[in-house]
Write a protein that binds this ligand. Structure first.
Ligand code: HAM
Length: 423
């Protein structure tokens, strides 16, 4: 036998048994976004490499070591590691946000060359939202209540919590950065080589270090909230008041800075302890300078993205009552001269009359015993049986595969009404 070829490490298939749960999660996401009046956008998976370098930042982990980049003739291209950069690029290119507000969402695969583990993959899927043209904290609050509503719908609201911070203006952050570096320089003995490098290139990222000794020291480090400019401080206070007014609980985490460089003011993450190390199911924040930085007319922006693999894992872990429906409702079996044609036609008639049901025709021959085994395996509620005598009498036998009801023989023209009465 020829040698088989396997999927790339960290890139997963979604099997026929897993896809119903994925579809259910995606449907809940779409329903919530529609109920807030947001519009879907779809961007290419491949973009020009400098877009990500400029938007996300050269010294971030994502850009410096996690991007899938390749040359296409003389142009350097990258598989998108996230959706914000491409969405801002598209919004500028097509004039979506020129003198206009937009509340947009997208869903699709993203690519990061990270070390795979549970909840962390090299191809993963995000559902993301980007809102342009609104500076007020009401919209930051709307994004957070929108996600909270989704967690309720998914049945995971008791298992996620909200971490919130404000990282202020660029200037406030620069002042804070100097104070933090001055503090951390006294503790270099506790740092790994990577952390020492971060101290020079991106010191704020040291705040979310996993190094426990350093974490302890950081409790006494200067706090970003103490360095906020007045406008950011007021914006944050209003956001907190809005969340309080609708009963959304949050923890202000002064060490939350996020891993991408475009943020200012609000940053937030929804985290869970039910998934091990990869516990962030959703992250986002405000990025008021990004549109201008990428060449557009200045426009404020705010958004978030959630990891669908992590949401699916969490739903599997904590929500046992998902109303997942089998793909097949009705399974047609047939045996004998001329029955294939009759069954084929009946299946099409049912699909025309009852398009919301899944109707499967057996197709692959064999005796009734084998066909019924397949029908049972399909998860269908009803089997419709056409043998030679049924065909000659224009009849169909209806069998309830989940038990409980006697099988019966119906005239073929009554079958559709009967099926309708059963679903
Ligand atoms: P991010 O925090 O890099 O933000 O990613 C958002 C979410 O994507 C994470 O919270 C996580 O659930 C999921 N995720 C990230 N990397 C992986 C991975 N390797 N495997 C599985 N899931 C992953 C952004 O991407 C920003 N663009 C969010 C945003 C939109 N900010 C403003 N607008």
């Amino acid at each position: 036998m020829a040698k088989t070829i396997q999927a790339i490490r960290g890139m997963n298939d979604c099997s026929p048994t897993e896809s119903p749960l994925w579809q259910w999660v995606e449907t809940q996401v779409r329903e919530v976004l529609n109920s807030y009046g947001y519009s879907e956008v779809r961007m290419p998976i491949v973009e020009s490499t400098p877009l990500f370098a400029r938007a996300i930042g050269e010294v971030t982990d994502v850009v410096s070591k996690e991007m899938y980049t390749f040359w296409d003739n003389d142009e350097q291209l990258t598989l998108r590691p996230e959706g914000t950069a491409g969405c801002v690029r598209a919004a500028i290119e097509h004039g979506w946000i020129y003198n206009n507000e937009q509340r947009l969402w997208y869903m699709g695969p993203m690519f990061r060359h990270e070390r795979p583990q549970k909840g962390r993959y090299r191809q993963f899927h995000q559902a993301g939202v980007e809102v342009f043209g609104i500076a007020n904290p009401e919209i930051d609050a709307e994004l957070i209540v929108l996600t909270a509503r989704l967690w309720k719908k998914l049945g995971i609201d008791q298992h996620v919590s909200l971490q919130l911070n404000s990282i202020g203006s660029l200037e406030a952050r620069a002042n804070y950065r100097s104070a933090l570096v001055a503090f951390l320089e006294q503790h270099q003995a506790l740092m790994s080589e990577e952390e020492k490098e971060r101290l020079i290139k991106n010191p704020l990222r040291i705040l979310d270090t996993k190094n426990q000794a350093l974490q302890q020291v950081l409790d006494d480090a200067p706090k970003l909230l103490d360095y906020l400019d007045d406008e950011s401080r007021e914006h944050f206070a209003q956001l907190c008041a809005l969340l309080d007014s609708v009963g959304i609980a949050y923890e202000i985490n002064p060490k939350l800075v996020r891993g991408l460089d475009y943020y200012n003011k609000t940053v937030f993450e929804w985290v869970t302890s039910a998934l091990g190390a990869q516990g962030t199911v959703c992250g986002g924040g405000r990025y008021d300078g990004l549109v201008e930085q990428l060449g557009g007319h200045a426009a404020p922006g705010v958004g978030f993205a959630m990891g669908l693999e992590r949401l699916v894992l969490l739903v599997q872990e904590v929500n046992a009552s998902i109303p997942l429906k089998s793909a097949v409702d009705i399974y047609l079996v047939y045996q004998g001269e001329g029955t294939a044609l009759a069954a084929f036609q009946l299946a099409e008639k049912i699909r025309s009359a009852l398009p919301h049901l899944g109707t499967m025709l057996h197709c692959s021959g064999g005796n009734f015993k084998k066909q019924f085994r397949r029908a049972d395996k399909s998860g269908a509620t009803l089997a419709l049986v056409i043998g030679e005598s049924e065909m000659l009498n224009n009849q169909v036998v209806v069998k309830h595969l989940q038990g409980g009801v006697e099988q019966q023989t119906l005239d073929i023209e009554k079958v559709i009404d009967y099926i309708q009465s059963q679903f």
